[in-house]
Design a protein around this ligand. Structure first.
Ligand code: URA
Length: 238
């Protein structure tokens, strides 16, 4: 059980003081009855609560899929740059979500955000071997020899030996190539550093899959949506 005003204020319906005023005006109902006591104990999972005639949609956790745009950083706060949190509506910001893993400032595509710490922990842990699939443009010719090197474990500039990665060539040309790459790790700048290790440069990077989820093609860059219950369930069922 929780205080009514706490539940409503956590969901972004105002400060506790504001909610007290709203309650006084008789605008809050719990299970169909007007409740003027803002401190009433409620069970938000069970009780039907409405404010101004609108029933609240209570949930403890939120799960968002964003098509991250270029130029925005995957952090909750930054002094200089716009963050992915800045792109969220207030009604989602009130849940204090954070990104699951990171994409570089210039990387676009699938980014998950949640306030579910347990799921975050599992999805970023190397133990769970979550596939992350990226589409990348490369400045040079990507060859079968690169595919083999990625398969057997690329050594990064700091000596770290990457786990096996799957590289598929979509287009190979001296002027520039297009590839899909699947990795299960999330080292800092990993894909870019893997290509640097074979003397090539990533010129465009987009994450298209994360675990069981594919980037929703209806999401323009900068847009996001909540995951469906089914998507959350498959993600947790990993
Ligand atoms: N690898 C990178 O180099 N950058 C990303 O943003 C993600 C993976």
């Amino acid at each position: 059980m929780e205080r009514l005003d706490k539940v409503l204020s956590n969901l972004g319906y105002g400060t506790r003081k504001e909610i007290k005023q709203v309650a006084k005006k008789g605008l809050i109902k719990v299970n169909g009855e007007i409740v003027k006591d803002n401190g009433m104990q409620v069970n938000p999972e069970v009780d039907r609560i409405s404010i101004n005639g609108e029933e609240i949609f209570y949930r403890k956790y939120i799960y968002l899929m964003m098509n991250k745009p270029d130029g925005v950083i995957s952090a909750t706060f930054d002094n200089r740059d716009e963050t992915v949190i800045d792109l969220l509506e207030i009604e989602h910001q009130v849940f204090n979500p954070f990104p699951i893993g990171r994409l570089d400032k210039d990387t676009v595509g699938l980014l998950l955000l949640t306030n579910d710490g347990e799921l975050n922990h599992r999805l970023i842990s190397p133990k769970w071997k979550v596939d992350k699939i990226y589409y990348a443009k490369i400045d040079k010719l990507v060859t079968d020899s690169d595919i083999k090197k990625f398969e057997s474990g690329i050594t990064l500039d700091d000596g770290y030996i990457c786990k096996e990665a799957k590289l598929e060539i979509i287009k190979a040309s001296e002027e520039g190539s297009e590839v899909m790459i699947t990795i299960q790790e999330g080292k800092f700048h990993q894909v870019k550093r893997m290509f640097e290790a074979v003397d090539k440069k990533v010129t465009y990077l987009k994450r298209v899959e994360f675990g069981t989820l594919k980037l929703d093609e209806d999401l323009e860059e900068g847009e996001y949506r909540e995951l469906t219950d089914e998507e959350v369930a498959t993600l947790k069922g990993f």
